[in-house]
Design a protein around this ligand. Structure first.
Ligand code: GAP
Length: 491
């Protein structure tokens, strides 16, 4: 047996173990979870430290409510979208995909009701001029504001409870009158007059692109009612208050699926969709105790029923996804405004009707915040603690990290590059030779890498490497020739 303290290696003929740190050699304990729920600051700090999320335009002091995804963030976001697309399109015979443009005719937003009614009530703190959403202010005082309330009604509530609501910035209870503020973001696309009289909007939700393409999809593909159209894409909203990191941003991506049904099938399909969406999160490994249904009490006028799947974020239970029964509102509005026939005629029964729609709608960034929060774990590992992201294996940015034991030994480095090349076709891999093995393990733990492979001197002789498991921290020797099938079984 040989001890190599510099690389924290305990070396026996048949077994090589790379300790997570020098202290782990003294007390070799299984990891033990220490903290249940991370704070939002824990998540923000991890995201910045490990390159998941950066503030937009940071070198210019940042740009409010807009974020950029770094090297691991973009991988995680792509995996989130891929998991959603697989569940919502690839695994379904009755759902097809679409990618509509961000810009649409402004008439779309007039017909949908967004130009006149897509607004939030805003009030300004008279002391520090911070603008806040009045329904959010009232919520902090335990008062629920009705989505349908008029400006007068919301102002009456604000006046009644003025002493109970506080400015989130300065803590004073002194607000201006509430005004409805429209959330649509305008642009001058195609307007060369410099007057901005005919604004074109950046879409406020992706589903409008689905409604206006419903007839195209039907006439060009095999679908028959009931069927769904799914889309992932950017949406933009002039959110009044932008706190809570990537939970609520002004530019974000939505994953939406609109399911077109016979009017009498709407509620049955709605229940099926609710069940499927709940199961989706359970299958992604989200802790069921952190999920709950919330039924909307005050529905927008066209909706039959609406539920949110809420997640227990570090700032409370908040909407993760909406599952809504929208009735025939959307197609009726677009048929009226465009003058086009958007009815459906059943080929078998000859019945003609306006399809009713049930939808599932969730944000990519909000899902990312949820999976990061759910996976974030602090554990005692003998030498103090480690942060480990116990992400579902389908979501991890990197599936296998490959290390040479020492970066200054060309034979080891070349062999490790060979292992990386062998694995990279099948798995998302990363080559890492920074610092010692213990530090590399910590880094990979923090980005959720389920397996680390170390190439050492023994590997040069016996063609075997050490594979270390993220969750158990256990290690085993595996033949390099078997690695692809080994990981194919595990990932
Ligand atoms: N088509 C229905 C619709 O857009 P919504 O409740 O306004 O409904 C659906 O939004 C989902 O989109 C939300 O549950 C959330 O996941 C995400 N979302 C909405 N606004 C967002 C924002 N400002 N930032 C991040 N995600 C947002």
């Amino acid at each position: 047996m040989v001890w190599q303290l510099n690389s924290y290696t305990w070396h026996k003929r048949e077994k090589v173990v790379y300790f997570d740190s020098i202290f782990s050699m003294i007390s070799f304990v299984m990891p033990e979870e220490t903290k249940k729920q991370p704070t939002i600051d824990d998540i923000i700090s991890l995201c910045k430290r490990r390159g998941f999320v950066f503030q937009s335009s940071e070198i210019y002091g940042g740009f409010a409510a807009v974020y950029d995804y770094g090297p691991y963030g973009v991988e995680l976001a792509n995996n989130i979208k891929q998991a959603w697309w697989k569940a919502m399109v690839q695994m379904r015979e009755d759902i097809v995909g679409l990618d509509a443009s961000i810009f649409m005719s402004p008439k779309v937003w007039e017909a949908s009701g967004h130009v006149s009614g897509f607004s939030d009530p805003m009030a300004e703190c008279k002391q520090c001029q911070t603008r806040s959403r009045v329904d959010h202010l009232l919520e902090t005082a335990g008062i629920t504001a009705d989505e349908k309330m008029s400006e007068e009604e919301i102002n009456a509530l604000l006046t009644e409870h003025m002493a109970e609501v506080r400015c989130p910035k300065c803590g004073q209870s002194d607000f201006s009158e509430a005004k409805n503020f429209n959330l649509l973001v305008q642009s001058n696309l195609g307007d060369f007059t410099d007057k901005g009289e005919d604004p074109v909007y950046l879409r406020g939700e992706t589903c409008q692109g689905i409604y206006v393409n419903y007839r195209n999809v039907m006439s060009s593909s095999r679908v028959k009612i009931p069927f769904g159209v799914a889309q992932i894409g950017k949406a933009f909203r002039n959110e009044i208050t932008a706190r809570q990191f990537i939970f609520r941003t002004r530019e974000f991506e939505q994953m939406e699926m609109q399911y077109f049904t016979h009017p009498e099938q709407e509620m049955e399909e709605y229940e099926k969709l609710r069940e499927a969406r709940w199961q989706y999160y359970i299958d992604l490994g989200i802790k069921p105790e952190n999920l709950q249904w919330h039924k909307h009490e005050n529905l927008v006028f066209y909706a039959k029923e609406a539920y949110d799947i809420e997640y227990n974020f570090s700032f409370g239970w908040k909407e993760l996804e909406g599952v809504h029964a929208r009735g025939d509102y959307d197609l009726t509005q677009h048929a009226k405004a465009s003058g086009q026939d958007l009815n459906y005629t059943d080929g078998k029964t000859n019945e003609t009707f306006v399809p009713h729609i049930v939808e599932s709608s969730v944000g990519v960034g909000r899902t990312m915040l949820m999976v990061l929060t759910d996976a974030y774990t602090e554990e005692e590992v003998g030498d103090g603690s480690r942060v480990v992201l116990k992400l579902h294996k389908s979501l991890v940015p990197i599936q296998v990290a490959v290390f040479p034991l020492l970066r200054n030994k060309p034979d080891l480095v070349a062999k490790a590059h060979g292992v990386f090349d062998q694995l990279k076709e099948d798995f998302r891999c990363e080559f890492d030779d920074n610092g010692n093995v213990g530090k590399r393990y910590r880094r990979q733990d923090e980005i959720g890498t389920p397996y680390c492979v170390t190439v050492d001197f023994e590997s040069l002789e016996d063609g075997m490497v050490t594979v270390r498991d993220r969750d158990t921290m256990e290690q085993e020797r595996v033949a390099i020739t078997d690695l692809n099938s080994y990981f194919a079984d595990k990932l």
